[in-house]
Structure formats: structure tokens, C-alpha cells
Design a protein around this ligand. Structure first.
Ligand SMILES: [Zn+2]
Length: 86
């Protein structure tokens, strides 16, 4: 019997934060940015730019000069992402 892939099999490539009360797309807060950098450093994030247009940004742009502990993240300070295929 085939089992369909679940969320645990999926790789997250892009994420977007959407606020309630019809506020639409918002930027992730600082805490969320750090969590994304820790667990998904290769992810891309949809944000609104200064002109109100949707824009796809990398984590290094969303969280410049980020705190990185390469012992427990997927990020290597010297080499960048450990898993570049992400
Ligand atoms: Zn947040």
C-alpha cells in the first residue's frame, strides 16, 4: 500500500506571514526571523516592499548580521548553508 508523503517529508522552500482582520501579508517579527534562520536558513520569505509589492527575499536579507550558532543549526558561518540543495 502506498503512503502519500506527509508534511514531514516536505521541504519548505517559501513561507509567508498573513495577519488576521484582512491585514494581509506582514513581515515576520524578530523572533520568527531568528527561528527561521535557525531551522530553515535556506528558506525564502514573501514580504511587502516599500512600494507595497510582494517580494521574495532570502533569510540573509531578512536578518542581516544574524546570530548563528552553527552547532545546532543548518548554517555554517564559513561555508553558508550546509545543505545547499535546500
Ligand atoms: Zn513572529
Amino acid at each position: 500500500m502506498d503512503s502519500s508523503p506527509g508534511l514531514s517529508d516536505a521541504k519548505i522552500a517559501v513561507i509567508v506571514a498573513v495577519a488576521n482582520d484582512k491585514r494581509g501579508v506582514i513581515s515576520p517579527c524578530g523572533r520568527c526571523r531568528q527561528m527561521l534562520m535557525d531551522y530553515y536558513p535556506g528558506i525564502e520569505v514573501i514580504v511587502l516592499d516599500e512600494a507595497g509589492e510582494l517580494r521574495l527575499v532570502e533569510m540573509k536579507e531578512l536578518l542581516p548580521f544574524a546570530y548563528v550558532n552553527s552547532k545546532w543549526t543548518n548554517y555554517d558561518e564559513r561555508e553558508g548553508l550546509k545543505n545547499k540543495e535546500n
